[in-house]
Ligand binder design. Structure first.
Ligand code: FES
Length: 147
């Protein structure tokens, strides 16, 4: 390989790398159909699902007191939220909410509410929220709210 060919090869590799990075940043996660909205007939009803290879939970929450970007308003009565069950402290899978609508991570004791918000550390942020859409009566997970 002469010097010109070597330069072309290096430039081609660099462009492929840059193109790969752009592609990976722009590629959306595949949407996941979680289930029929009718299955969430009461407040705190929930549905387990997986999103981006993580265990996740969809929860019907009470009418929020204030606008909450983590909560999707479906109608005047129906509000939904969804989040990854991967603990934001060190990555353990948190259990499902208990009867008091609390979640306590069994690894180091971080506490969350059933809507995924943080109640106590060592985690320093809520469970990662998932963007939701309702399509023809079904709830879909379509991306991360922060991503
Ligand atoms: S991984 Fe959940 S509290 Fe540490």
């Amino acid at each position: 390989m002469n010097r010109r060919d070597a330069n072309k090869a290096i430039l081609g590799s660099a462009l492929a790398l840059v193109g790969g990075q752009v592609l990976s940043q722009a590629t959306p996660l595949p949407a996941v159909r979680i289930g029929e909205l009718i299955r969430l007939s009461e407040i705190w009803a929930d549905l387990e699902f997986r999103f981006a290879s993580e265990p996740a939970l969809l929860v019907r929450v009470p009418i929020p007191q204030q606008v909450n970007p983590r909560v999707l308003k479906v109608s005047e009565q129906i509000y939904l939220t969804a989040y990854s069950r991967t603990c934001t402290h060190a990555g353990c899978t948190v259990p499902l909410p208990d009867r008091q609508q609390r979640i306590e991570c069994s690894c180091h004791g971080s506490r969350f509410k059933a809507d995924g918000s943080l109640q106590g550390g060592p985690a320093d942020r809520p469970l990662r929220a998932i963007r939701l859409e309702v399509r023809e009566g079904a709830v879909w997970a379509v991306g991360w709210l922060d991503g």
